[in-house]
Design a protein around this ligand. Structure first.
Ligand SMILES: [Zn+2]
Length: 85
């Protein structure tokens, strides 16, 4: 689903994609390591299945974040979680 708005990173007015506020890899780790369900503060009685998403970036800028997120995940996040980083 798309909405025509300005990309928050570069200002291009186009169809934006839904971006996760908390990356999926972080949510997967939270779900594996949490002692209880992950909850959204706006509706805490229902366990969250996914992190909050908003229309913020268009495809090109979303791809930029995706590349950096992959680098961050491999270089820091996963080694830190495994205790090897
Ligand atoms: Zn942009």
């Amino acid at each position: 689903m798309y909405k025509l708005k300005k990309c928050v990173l570069c200002g291009t007015e186009t169809s934006l994609e839904l971006s996760h506020i908390v990356p999926k890899m972080v949510m997967r780790t939270l779900k594996k390591t949490a002692t209880g369900n992950i909850r959204n503060s706006q509706n805490p009685s229902v366990p969250a299945q996914d992190s909050e998403k908003h229309y913020m970036l268009w495809g090109n800028c979303e791809d930029l974040f995706s590349e950096k997120e992959t680098y961050f995940a491999n270089a820091l996040f996963h080694p830190y979680i495994k205790g090897t980083g």
